[in-house]
Design a protein around this ligand. Structure first.
Ligand code: ACO
Length: 321
C-alpha cells in the first residue's frame, strides 16, 4: 500500500516583526493591551507592496526541498493554498514552479479555501500520491493578507500577518498522513469575506476583508473541535495518542477553547499567533516548520493539523511525522 509522508518542511516570514506598538505609531487607533488581551497577538510580519505570495512561497519551498534532501526537479505536483494570489491567473503554483526552475513539470495549481487552504491542499496531495499518479508533492500555504486589509478598520487590520510555509509530501511504505476530513458550508460566507472582484478594469464591490468577529469566534471553536475528533475516529486513534495539535493560528482564545474542547493540554499545542498573527493558509505550515526546526516535533510524532476559514471551510489531517 502507498502512503504519503512529510519528508521536509520550510517556512519564510518577510521583513522584521511589526509590534502592536509599531501599528499605533503608524496611526492605527488601537493599543497593545487591546490586541494582546483579545487575540494573544504581539507582532506580525508584513510584506512590502512589491512582494507577492509567490515570492514568499518560493523561499519557504526552497527550504522544504532542502530539508527533504531532494531537488526541485524531483517534484511532480505543486499545490499552493492562497487567497492572495499574485495574479488572477496564472496560478501562484505555476509561478512558483517557474521560480523553482522546473521545466516540463507535473501538475501545478492553487487551492482557495482561505485559512483552511493548507489542510485542503495537503489532503488533495495525499490523494494524488496514494493513487500512485504522483510521487513527490510540494504543498505550500502562502499569503500576503496585508494587501486585502482595510487599514482604517482597526477591528480587522491588527489581526493578520504575511508569510509562507511548505512541506514536501512523498510516496512511502510507512504511514504518514493517516486521515483527513474536509468540510464547507457556504451559507456562512457573509461573516468573513472579501466581497469584491475586478471587472472591466474596475474594482467591483469591496476589495477588503470584512468580518463579524464574534460570529467567527463561535463557529471556529465548534468546528475545530468536531473535525479533530472526526480524523481521530477515522484513523481509530485515541485523543491521548496525539503528540502535537497544530490548529490554525487566528486567535489564542480560539486555540485554547479548541484544545479544551478536545481534551488536549496546551503543552501539546503549537502556537505562533503571538509572533505571526493570523497568516491564513500559511499559519499551519509555518507553525509546523517552527516546531520541527526547534526540535519539538520529531520523527514518529503524531500530529493533528486543523484549519477553519472563510467560506466557511474547515478541515483536519492526522499525520504521523
Ligand atoms: N483596538 C482597540 N479597540 C478596538 C479594536 C482595536 N484593534 N478593534 C475593535 N475595537 C473596539 C470596538 O470598536 C468596540 O468598541 P465599542 O465597544 O466602543 O464599540 C470594542 O473594541 C469591542 O469590539 P468587539 O468587536 O465587540 O470586540 P471583541 O471582544 O469581540 O473582540 C475580536 C474582537 C478580537 C475580533 C474577536 O471577536 C475575535 O477574536 N474573533 C475571532 C475572529 C478571528 O480571529 N478572525 C480571524 C479570521 S477568521 C479565521 O482565521 C478563522
Amino acid at each position: 500500500m502507498i502512503h504519503a509522508r512529510i519528508t521536509g518542511t520550510g517556512s519564510y516570514l518577510p521583513g522584521e516583526p511589526v509590534s502592536n506598538e509599531d501599528l499605533v505609531r503608524r496611526g492605527i487607533d488601537t493599543s497593545d493591551e487591546w490586541v494582546t488581551s483579545r487575540t494573544g497577538i504581539s507582532s506580525r510580519h508584513l510584506a512590502t507592496a512589491e512582494t507577492g505570495s509567490s515570492d514568499l512561497a518560493c523561499k519557504a519551498a526552497e527550504r522544504a526541498i532542502e530539508a527533504a534532501g531532494c531537488e526541485a526537479e524531483d517534484i511532480d505536483l505543486i499545490i499552493v493554498a492562497t487567497s492572495t494570489p499574485d495574479y488572477i491567473f496564472p496560478s501562484t503554483a505555476a509561478l512558483l514552479q517557474s521560480r523553482l526552475g522546473i521545466r516540463n513539470g507535473g501538475a501545478a495549481f492553487d487551492v482557495q479555501a482561505v485559512c483552511s487552504g493548507f489542510v485542503y491542499a495537503l489532503s488533495i496531495a495525499e490523494k494524488f500520491i496514494r493513487s500512485g499518479s504522483h510521487k513527490r508533492a510540494l504543498v505550500v500555504g502562502a499569503e500576503v493578507f496585508s494587501r486585502i486589509l482595510d487599514w482604517s478598520d482597526r477591528s480587522t487590520c491588527v489581526l493578520f500577518g504575511d508569510g509562507a510555509g511548505a512541506v514536501v509530501l512523498e510516496a512511502s511504505e510507512q504511514p504518514g498522513v493517516r486521515a483527513t476530513a474536509l468540510h464547507a458550508d457556504g451559507s456562512h460566507h457573509p461573516i468573513l469575506c472579501v466581497p469584491g472582484g475586478v471587472a472591466s478594469g474596475q474594482v467591483i464591490g469591496d476589495p477588503f476583508l470584512r468580518m463579524d468577529g464574534q460570529a467567527v469566534f463561535k463557529f471556529a471553536v465548534k468546528v475545530l473541535g468536531d473535525v479533530a475528533h472526526e480524523v481521530l475516529e477515522l484513523a481509530d486513534c485515541p485523543v491521548d495518542s496525539i503528540d502535537w495539535l497544530i490548529p490554525h493560528q487566528a486567535n489564542i482564545r480560539i486555540i485554547q477553547a479548541t484544545a479544551k474542547r478536545l481534551g488536549v493540554p496546551m503543552e501539546k499545542v503549537i502556537t505562533t499567533v503571538e509572533r505571526h498573527g493570523n497568516t491564513s493558509a500559511a499559519s499551519i505550515p509555518l507553525a509546523l516548520d517552527l516546531a520541527v526546526r526547534d526540535g519539538r516535533i520529531r520523527p514518529g510524532h503524531r500530529i493533528v493539523l486543523e484549519g477553519v476559514g472563510g467560506g466557511f471551510t474547515w478541515g483536519a489531517a492526522l499525520v504521523d511525522f
